[in-house]
Design a protein around this ligand. Structure first.
Ligand SMILES: [Zn+2]
Length: 257
């Protein structure tokens, strides 16, 4: 093929690519990033005694920065200061600010009977190295459940592409777990009664980014390079979701994936 034809082909491809993604209007697409837990009720304690809230806040702030850099100027954080705020008020804030999607940032633990004691830095701590990995939760009680699943799929695919693997321990048939797995490969569970998911008026996903009671995974989750890869996966998942689903989102919340 002559060089000019190659140029023509490249030009056509570039045009096609930009058209295929044109529907994601980053300046319009509002992303609510919820920082899980509060300073007074900070969630799980890591294997080395750091509360979950601090892991959540670090990752949420980094994700917010990444989204702003990508041009999602309407991305915003909910409760980065860790104030006492009811769960349904978080989704209320998201609705008031016109969020198109709601993403709740968390870090994971295990059922108490799996925890054992060890000493770290002179203090007795609790840990379990049995499970590791991320998980994604959606609720059937969310009024935009099909789109919630679509968002979870976009994020799960990016996690997988970046070599993160899901933990499957929430599907274990024991008290406190027993969550139906919607997608084993992508690590997507159904958890209908999670308050932020069922009260959100927009597609909503809760992300457990990793298991902080696992001694090895805690080290990774505190590492800025590892955090960066998590943030890039989340941001790219949101961007791909926006490209695929943002058009017409106000008209039909529960449209197909
Ligand atoms: Zn949590």
């Amino acid at each position: 093929m002559r060089p000019r034809r190659w140029l023509w082909l490249l030009g056509t491809l570039a045009q096609f690519t930009s058209c295929a993604h044109a529907e994601c209007d980053k300046k319009e697409f509002a992303i609510a990033i919820d920082v899980g837990h509060t300073l007074h009720s900070p969630g799980a304690l890591s294997a080395r005694g750091v509360a979950e809230f601090y892991f959540n806040r670090t990752l949420a702030v980094r994700l917010h920065g990444e989204l702003l850099e990508r041009g999602f100027t309407r991305a915003f954080l909910i409760n980065e200061r860790g104030a006492e705020i009811a769960l349904r008020d978080r989704t209320g804030i998201a609705a008031t600010r016109g969020a198109d999607v709601f993403l709740s940032i968390h870090h994971d633990s295990v059922q108490p009977h799996y925890l054992a004691a060890w000493t770290y830095d002179g203090a007795e701590r609790r840990y379990s190295d049995r499970f590791a990995g991320y998980s994604l939760f959606v609720s059937n009680n969310n009024q935009a459940r099909a789109r919630s699943v679509a968002l979870a799929r976009s994020i799960g695919a990016e996690f997988r592409r970046n070599y993160f693997t899901p933990t499957l321990h929430h599907a274990e048939k024991i008290k406190g777990e027993n969550r139906p797995l919607l997608d084993k490969y992508l690590g997507i569970y159904r958890f209908d009664e999670l308050v932020v998911l069922k009260t959100a008026k927009m597609p909503a996903v809760l992300v457990e980014n990793g298991v902080i009671v696992n001694r090895d995974e805690e080290i990774l989750l505190r590492d800025p390079v590892y955090q960066r890869m998590l943030v890039l996966s989340l941001a790219q998942g949101l961007e791909i979701y926006c490209q695929r689903h943002h058009r017409g989102h106000k008209a039909g919340l529960n449209g197909g994936p």
